[in-house]
Design a protein around this ligand. Structure first.
Ligand code: SAH
Length: 384
């Protein structure tokens, strides 16, 4: 291990970051997404698709795109973005389509128009001088997303690393100090109507603070909105990128998944209510030898000021447990999924048995529980 000297600071250890700098950069993007909730996000120079994989868990995102010039790395890693059983069991609220494109960031392609966020994480330092000169016009001028995050190494930090290579990676074409990056970024921002703020990740060790962060980051925000005309004109440009793969996620926007989610929630709530009812009846039967069955108020309805008091209660007639749709609709998750009572009825109509007037779900209590209410003699038992 070679000791390094930076402005009088001797660094004996090879610098390591925990979590790794790569993870910190991804976390930076994820925090940004959490805060600004973009719907359309593209990662340029997406390499092994790890950032895309992390982004796919964000509910706000409906369109994710990845682009890389290395087609092999995309085909090897697209599996990370495939759907799994969990995606079907618990579908997302919003749709999500992920597409991987093979091509260069400096090619104008309409598939990357209209994005809320474009990330270029450790990408620009891989560009040849000619590509770098085309980059601002394509990214800011043509794609023109609402926000852009660009990260790149800060060369001032390099002497803190042990070993003597010119750049941090053999494929890097250049590495900039903060002044170089900031003046390039400010020029681009000014020219294409963006503001830019600078930050970074990877703190230098004590005593070497003057070198700045290991990774420098520019966050660009568009200050001049696109005109409809400019977007229309740009759409006439031919596609330059080829599609490596597209993955469409199941979502509750599709009726078949919404129907399943609502039915599952309805069954789960009905079973809970039925259990409370049957337990209370059992208790009553055990404690009371009289033939008359009185319904004991279940725990969930104990509060005197219960706002659900007005909502029709479940009840039993002989062996049939009736749950009014209005009661089901009062559960926040069901209300959220359905929006209105008619939709709830429409969504569960084929999954449950409805009473003749269509106002309640009917469940036979004998089949599923070992508690039989047949000794109820037809009493109408209600949650009162
Ligand atoms: N963004 C990734 C790693 C970037 S490494 C991460 O956060 O981990 C740089 C990537 O940019 C490589 O995968 C490389 O193939 C890609 N790249 C280099 N030049 C490119 C170009 N002109 N257009 C698109 N991708 C490019």
């Amino acid at each position: 291990m070679v000791d390094s000297h930076v402005r009088g600071v001797q660094v004996k250890e090879n610098i390591k970051f925990t979590p790794s700098l790569s993870e910190q950069r991804h976390k930076f993007v994820l925090d940004f997404v959490r805060k600004h909730k973009p719907q359309k996000v593209a990662d340029l120079g997406c390499a092994n698709c790890k950032l895309l994989w992390r982004l796919k868990y964000h509910e706000s995102i409906e369109v994710l795109a990845g682009l890389d010039i290395d087609e092999n790395i995309l085909t090897r890693n697209i599996y990370r973005l495939h759907t799994g059983a969990g995606d079907y069991l618990d579908p997302r609220e919003r749709p999500l389509t992920i597409t991987l494109y093979h091509g260069s960031v400096v090619e104008k392609d309409p598939c990357l128009l209209g994005f809320d966020l474009i990330t270029c994480i450790e990408l620009i330092e891989h560009l040849e001088a000619k590509e770098l000169s085309q980059f601002p016009e394509v990214i800011f001028g043509f794609f023109s997303p609402t926000t852009v995050i660009i990260s790149t190494p800060n060369s001032e930090f390099n002497p803190l690393f042990s070993g003597k290579t010119l750049f941090r990676h053999p494929d890097h074409k250049f590495e900039w100090d903060r002044t170089q990056f900031q003046s390039w970024a400010l020029d681009a921002a000014r020219h294409y109507g963006y503001s830019v703020e600078f930050t970074g990740l990877g703190e230098p060790p004590p005593g070497a603070e003057a070198v700045g962060f290991c990774t420098q980051i520019g966050v660009f925000v568009k200050t001049i909105p696109n005109t409809v005309k400019s977007l229309h004109d740009e759409k006439t440009i031919e596609c330059a990128h080829t599609t490596v793969g597209t993955v469409i996620y199941p979502s509750l926007k599709e009726e078949k998944y919404l129907r399943k989610a609502v039915s599952n929630e309805v069954f789960s709530q009905i079973l809970k209510m039925k259990r409370v009812l049957l337990e209370s009846l059992k208790m009553k039967n055990d404690n009371d030898n009289s033939d008359e069955l009185e319904f004991v108020k279940p725990k969930c309805d104990e509060s005197k000021n219960d706002p659900t008091e007005e909502i029709p209660k479940p009840f039993c007639i002989e062996n049939v447990f009736y749950v009014p749709l209005e009661r089901l609709f009062s559960f926040p998750k069901i209300k959220h999924l359905c929006g209105d009572l008619e939709t709830l009825k429409m969504l569960i109509a084929n999954e449950v048995m409805l009473s003749s007037d269509g106002s309640s779900v009917m469940i036979n209590t004998v089949d599923e529980e070992d508690c039989d209410l047949s000794d109820n003699d037809g009493d109408d038992l209600r949650f009162v």
